[in-house]
Every structure is written in C-alpha cells, then in structure tokens.
Design a protein around this ligand. Sequence first.
Ligand code: HEM
Length: 182
Amino acid sequence: MNRRLRKIALTAHVTSSVGWLGAVAVFLALAVAGLASGSAQTVRGAYLAMEVTGWFVLVPLSFASLLTGLVQSLGSTWGLFRHYWVLFKLLINVVATVLLLVHMQVIGRVADAAAVASLADGELFGMRVQLLADAAAAVLILLVAVTLSVYKPKGMTRYGWRRQQESRAGHTALTRREARAS
Ligand code: HEM
C-alpha cells in the first residue's frame, strides 16, 4: 500500500475499532440500567435499545474492525503472524465477535420478554446479569486491544524472526551484488 492508502485504511481501522469500544461502553450502561432501574419503562427501553444497537452498531463495527485490521496487517510490514501483539488482537477480535453473536440470541430473548412484560419481578435475572458481566468483560478486553495497538510490544513470533532474517540476508546479498557490479 502507498502512504496515502495506508493512512485511509488506518483511519478506517481506528474509527471502527475504537467506535466498537465506545458502542460496547453504551451497551454496558444499558445493561446496568436494565438490571438496576426501578422503572418498567426504562428497563423495557434499555433492552430494546440493546437489541437494536447490537445488530446495527456492534456487530457491523466488530466485522469492520476485523476486516480493516486484516488490511492493516497484510498491507504493511507488520504482517499477520509476525508480531504477538497483532496475533493477540486478531484473537481478541475473533473471540469477541463470536461471543457477541452468541449474546445477540440472549439479548433477543430478554428484549422479547421486556416488550411484553415489565421484568420487575426479577424475570430472566440470570440472563440479565450475564449481559452485564459480559459487556464489562468486553470493555476491558477491547481496552487491552487498544493498549496493545498503541504500545506495540516488541515480541516477535518464530515465523516473524525467520522472515526478518530472510529479508536481511536478501538485502545483504543484493548490496554485495551491486557493489561488485559498480
Ligand atoms: C480488537 C479490536 C481492535 C482494536 C480496538 C484495534 C485498535 C487499533 C488502534 C487504535 C490502532 C492505531 C495504533 C497507532 O496507530 O498507534 C491499530 C493499529 C493496527 N491494528 Fe488494530 N485494533 C483491533 C483489531 C485489529 C485486528 C483484528 C488486527 C489484525 C488482524 C489489527 C491490526 C492492526 C495493525 C497491523 C495496526 C498498525 C497499523 C500501522 O501502524 O500501520 N487490529 N489498531
């Protein structure tokens, strides 16, 4: 990728990834309101909003983050399997996306129940606590992903080392050939 394209791709990646984190923070606030509020209307509104934001904001942003992350890795010298921080982020993204899709079924059930009942008697309590705990865990794990992205810890995989040695050896051979030719 040339410099201009790289900047555009990086902007898309940061926007979708950090946007995903922000949306999960909203999700967490809604999960707290759904569990703790004494107002039936607030509880209903919270779970209905969670279902809508889940499908139309969180799921698209998680896939956009993955896709743009793959472009960033494969279109730059970072690579996908060379640095542990990139590998960890890939793992975080894939696991978080799968868990999100699984949770959308739970959110659907709670939202359906909230649409017809007040949930004031602790209905579906276990599921609602699970939504809260998982939203909190998702905020933390995405914060880890942001921190890894900014600090980019040095650790390299075996594959990364091998590729680095190969490219250094190739560079040295080229320089020698050029020196002999001149
Ligand atoms: C899990 C959610 C993710 C978050 C929150 C996230 C966040 C970020 C942020 C904030 C940056 C900018 C860092 C900087 O420029 O200093 C970044 C860069 C980067 N991300 Fe992600 N990312 C995520 C997922 C991924 C995935 C899945 C991949 C790889 C498949 C990836 C690969 C990269 C690469 C290679 C860069 C460096 C780009 C460069 O400097 O050229 N990211 N990420």
